[in-house]
Design a protein around this ligand. Structure first.
Ligand SMILES: Cc1ncc(COP(=O)(O)O)c(C=O)c1O
Length: 377
């Protein structure tokens, strides 16, 4: 089926009891069992919930995967993912990832015996050079938060297969509408469903998607055993939202492209990072592995004072953490999303104090452009 047909129907059937077209919120912690050892396949809410499994199937289909395993946040998904490796194992990661992923890996999981190498994965040779005897996983985010750096997914798969490594891609920025890493052979896709998948800034959630039966079995086991599941209501909200993912993503991208062009022409920025601009160093790769360029733009104003003025003076863009909602948000990565990355590391990545990140919403673009123009002037 086409993307929107799947988005609206996959994983969902009219309710068998009432015919309700929309999958109900099964807000229950437990299920009546007919007799000892006999039940309808539902025993306990942490293990089984039909609203959750409908949402998992829905997103798995959109990601061209067989299995979705949902968690209470994107970070909880990343934490569960690490259950596929054990103490003494080594993981190669994109040097620029969401700050919370860096914090989880480097500042928490390292203490449990995992080793991490942070490499600029936009150059595949850096991944190859980092492979050790104990390497088990390659974890990339593409495009990255907030620098919008791309990694060649086909290249990652080639390296992973040659060296028998698990390949993982955080696809949060593109959403399944613009990029499907599994189709290139990536083993596991991660999403913060808090972002575009839900898209209305009212849910925190995460999901892992895979085609691999063994990973699915293990991750399903981990989901139940560690218990970081999303609530039925949150699952229902995400499923409500994926129905409009295609139209939202089209509009996010259209608006972002126009705002990026405005910012380029206006001339106040030192650097603009948007994969849709031909000036983006990986514009050609973006055209090859993505079906669109997304709604995120980062701008280096070269000076924290200018950044502060923009952040303070915008009226429609809301200063806040997060991204991917219908309303435009603006943030300062150095002190907000990437505050836990040491300053020296941040500067190396380009996350300067003058960098401002725009999550371009789906409002009227004329209003968004005049908002930014007013703030700049
Ligand atoms: C790219 C990316 N991955 C993962 C996460 C973590 O998701 P959550 O905030 O839902 O835990 C975020 C959050 O901003 C993100 O931007």
């Amino acid at each position: 089926m086409g993307f929107s047909t799947d988005a609206i129907h996959a994983g969902q059937h009219p309710d068998e009891v009432t015919g309700a077209v929309i999958t109900p919120i099964y807000q229950t912690s437990t299920y009546a069992q007919q007799e000892l050892g006999k039940n309808k396949g539902y025993e306990y809410g942490r293990t089984h919930n039909l609203t959750r499994s409908s949402m998992e199937t829905n997103i798995a289909v959109l990601e061209k995967g067989k299995y979705g395993i949902a968690f209470a946040s994107g970070v909880a998904s990343a934490h569960a993912l690490l259950s596929l490796v054990k103490a003494g194992d080594h993981i190669i990661c994109s040097s620029n990832v969401y700050g919370g992923t860096y914090r989880l890996f480097e500042l928490i999981m390292k203490d449990y015996g995992l080793e991490f190498s942070w490499v600029n994965s936009s150059d595949l040779s850096n991944i190859e050079k980092a492979i050790n005897k104990n390497t088990k996983m390659i974890y990339v985010e593409t495009p990255t938060n907030p620098m919008l750096t791309l990694t060649d997914l086909r290249g990652v798969v080639e390296i992973a297969r040659k060296n028998n490594l698990i390949s993982v891609c955080d696809n949060t920025f593109m959403s399944p509408y613009f990029q499907n890493p599994l189709t290139f052979g990536i083993d596991i896709v991660l999403h913060s469903s808090t972002k575009y998948l839900n898209g209305h800034s009212d849910v925190i959630g995460g999901i892992l998607v895979t085609n691999n039966e063994n990973f699915h079995e293990r991750l399903r086991y981990i989901q139940n055993a560690t218990g970081g599941i999303p609530s039925p209501f949150d699952c229902w909200l995400v499923m409500r939202s994926t129905k409009t993912l295609a139209v939202r993503m089209e509009r996010h991208e259209k608006n972002a492209m126009q705002l990026a062009k405005f910012l380029s022409d206006y001339g106040a920025a030192k650097k603009i990072y948007y994969p849709g601009l031909p000036s983006h160093p990986q514009h050609e790769l973006a055209k090859k592995q993505m079906r669109g360029f997304g709604g995120m733009i980062s701008v280096d104003f070269g000076d924290i004072q200018i950044a502060k003025k923009v952040l303070k003076n915008v009226k429609i863009f809301t200063l806040g953490e997060s991204l991917g909602g219908v309303e435009s948000l603006i943030s300062h990565p150095a002190t907000m999303t990437h505050g836990s990355v040491p300053k020296q590391e941040r500067e190396k990545l380009g996350i300067t104090d003058g960098l401002v990140r725009f999550s371009v919403g789906i409002e009227d673009i004329e209003d968004l452009i005049s908002d930014v123009k007013n703030a700049l002037s």
